[in-house]
Design a protein around this ligand. Sequence first.
Ligand code: NAD
Length: 302
Amino acid sequence: MTAKLIKGTEIRDQILKEIEEEVKKIKEEHGVVPGLVTILVGENPASVSYVTAKIKTAKGLGFNEIQDNQPEDISEEDLLALIDKYNKDDSIHGILVQLPLPKHIDEKKILNAIDPDKDVDGFHPVNVGRLMIGGSEVKFPPCTPAGIQEMIVRSGVETSGAEVVVVGRSNIVGKPIANMMLQKAEGANATVTVVHTRTKDLASHCKRADILIVAAGVPGLVKPEWIKPGACVIDVGVNRVGEKISEKTGKKIAILKGDVDFDAAKEIAGWITPVPGGVGPMTITMLMKNTLKSLKFKLGIA
Ligand code: NAD
């Protein structure tokens, strides 16, 4: 292996430690802790497991964590009223509504009802606009792209003047990370190309990339010959390609693969993220960072 492995788990642990220390300091100096509410509608097993992980992390950091579980048949009106209640609650700094929502509820309407200053997921149009403007306008960068940028910066990869190619143009990964990397800012200042399903020659663009960020959701889409030697490869893709028995628990678990052919790519790239254990652990971490930031904005110390 020639590439340096960018371990999301290690970077996560570093950032969580930093957050924990800051939470303690703020509690001592201001007598408050970050408040996060996670609203879960129904019992979708994947959503339950995501919410459980978020709650566990928040509690471990000393946050005031409220888990608000609502029945599958809650009306849109009642859910909007609940959000309004938390919007007005001074002890809550971050509101998270776990997606997807049941079909009878308009997801967009719900997300747009969250106070943009408590929208720690960064999905509200106001925060999308703030991200586009950049600089001090940015309050809550969306969590997965923010995690990607942290991984690049903390690994010492030069971004200024770098050719960044982003594969994928989704609202939660591709578009925001492209936007973040082109800003006139530290950890950015890159020349960015976004490629997608209608791009004519995917390979030729990827081959130019000093930093290749792949978020397509297609296992093994990026071939080793598309990677520029020494490039930094961030594989965001998480694809279930089968099942296996866990050595730790003896239970069936999913076999996960990224969008990049890791085994071959690691011999060419300069840095590479594994799947699992790469970008994945960063998302919840950045949600915690945004919640802390929200409290800091409120206290005027951000
Ligand atoms: P999406 O389906 O919303 O978007 C995928 C994008 O990739 C689309 O814009 C599409 O144009 C592009 N694309 C798909 N196939 C392509 C192809 N053959 N050639 C070129 N472009 C192609 O997906 P998403 O929500 O952005 O997620 C992408 C992947 O990242 C998924 O595997 C998802 O599970 C993973 N993901 C991981 C995390 C995390 O680790 N925390 C978070 C979000 C998403």
